[in-house]
Design a protein around this ligand. Structure first.
Ligand SMILES: [Zn+2]
Length: 256
């Protein structure tokens, strides 16, 4: 088991290095129009990154969100306030909305959330179909495939906000805090979270809560190793923020 875990560590490390290298040298994983295959395309074959991103998604129709990053964040947080106050509007959840977005999407926010069954972004932010581009993975970790998914949301769909959403009593972060042997390939999650546990271990207060928040900050940083995401931020078209979901109240607060 230990040997197996070490091999998993090694392969995950290699994958992370490969992912950062791939992004750093200007190549991208292009999404085919049918979504079945992905292929690596050299950046220099295209006049610009924008050409590449459009070429990656032929045949679909996107009308990008007209919200600014700040407006997008305000809309999310207002939805969470409705949720907490039991005044949900449940917008965009009827058959008319299905028809409206059937041939194209323009989500106003992209979210990297934990897979935890109690943290459901569409409900917690009181949004509906086509509003949020949500990537969910245990521990809300920004490993290569998650970064690639959010690159699609930012580079192709032009979402003006990207949020990493961690939460209270996260099991994946708890596993990283507690250490010890884990079944299957769960170690690969812990490997991506461990630097946040180390970074927060001197902080006062609840150890797990501190680690969850440090992990949110770490994954916000990792997302910005993407040239697609970093350049959108630089151009003022995107904000990347971290947030924390309180399991007891449903309230979401920003993590700075
Ligand atoms: Zn979690």
């Amino acid at each position: 088991m230990e040997k197996f875990s070490n091999q998993q560590n090694l392969s995950r490390r290699n994958l992370l290095q490969f992912g950062v290298g791939l992004i750093g040298t200007g190549s991208l994983t292009a999404w085919s129009g049918t979504g079945a295959l992905a292929q690596t395309v050299e950046h220099r074959a295209f006049r610009s990154q924008q050409d590449l991103l459009v070429a990656a998604d032929p045949g679909s129709h996107h009308t990008q969100s007209t919200l600014t990053p700040d407006q997008s964040l305000a809309q999310l947080m207002a939805g969470n306030q409705r949720f907490v106050a039991k005044r949900r509007l449940n917008p965009h959840q009827d058959i008319a909305r299905i028809t409206e977005v059937a041939t194209g999407q323009s989500p106003f926010a992209a979210i990297l959330s934990c897979a935890d069954s109690r943290v459901v972004p569409e409900i917690a932010f009181d949004q509906g179909i086509g509003d949020l581009f949500v990537v969910r993975v245990a521990g809300n970790i920004a490993i290569t495939e998650d970064i690639a998914s959010e690159e699609y949301a930012v580079g192709v769909l032009k979402a003006p906000l990207l949020m990493v959403l961690g939460h209270e009593r996260c099991g994946a972060v708890a596993a990283a805090v507690e250490g010890g042997e884990l079944p299957g390939v769960i170690e690969s999650l812990v490997f991506a979270i461990r630097p946040a546990v180390q970074a927060s271990q001197e902080e006062t207060g609840d150890r797990l809560t501190n680690a969850v928040k440090a992990n949110v900050r770490l994954q916000v940083q990792r997302l910005q190793t993407s040239s697609v995401i970093a350049s959108a931020v630089q151009e003022g078209k995107l904000k990347v923020v971290g947030a924390y979901y309180d399991l007891d109240t449903g309230e979401i607060s920003l993590v700075n």
